[in-house]
Design a protein around this ligand. Sequence first.
Ligand code: NDP
Length: 264
Amino acid sequence: MASTKKVAVVTGSNKGIGYAIVRALCQKFDGDVILTSRDEGRGKEAVKELNGEGLNPKFHLLDIDDVATVDRLHDFVQQEYGGLDVLVNNAGIAYKNSSTAPFSEQAEVTVKSNFWGTLNVCDKLFPLLRPHARVSNVSSMVSQMTIKKCSNEVQERFKDPYLTMDGLKKLMTEFVSLAKEGKHEAAGWPSSAYGVSKVGVTVMSMIQQRQFDAEGKEDIIVNACCPGYVNTDMSSHKGHKTIDQVLPGLREHRHVQPQRTQNH
Ligand code: NDP
């Protein structure tokens, strides 16, 4: 029989900000914490390091791009705990500024992981969320800068308070298609694959909250947040914050209904 113990899942937590979130949850959260990684070796090594600090996260494999691993995590959480209390969608990628990969590739690969991968995890794990559950989708302030670089028409589409998840999926698909044809700028989109992917994550979070509210779910809150500029592999260690300075200051973008005039 499933335990009634509380449980938290953090994606992409073998290093960087996700690792620090697991460490903080192990110290403060009244329940089990699952450190996930797309690579078993890196994940188990991270668990071992935390064990050395007297902390005991559990490991589970999860590649947010691989639906089979998402399914296996879902089944594990359901069987072991019968529900989910905290979900931190932290896993993400960014091409380096110096990357010579074509923009079409950067757009497709970045949106695939940061937007579609995160959405896949949510779609699969949300049915497990218990009353009072909390979901944090790690977005970025870059999304706010990026939306301002979109044409008025594209901005309006993202900011539509009645935008549905299908509508958002269409927008993200459109961006990648246009990028592949080299037509995204002419169509009002900026040349920031990471930025657009994170606009997608922030707007996704708003839609998810609206859906939970409409379904009358009991006190489930979805946030999009920005950790600030953090010293990790992603920032090539240029960020001024350490991974452990992120947590008290995780800035919420919002967990309320968006207004037409608000920025993302
Ligand atoms: P890191 O590159 O240090 O860590 C990213 C983590 O995500 C790694 O564990 C990585 O695994 C994992 N990951 C990447 N792709 C996948 C995938 N497909 N499936 C599962 N795990 C995956 O980045 P940060 O810690 O800096 O970033 C964490 C989050 O914070 C990201 O969403 C990022 O966009 C966001 N962020 C970061 C900022 C910063 O200044 N660092 C600023 C704003 C937002 P692996 O080790 O296998 O590559």
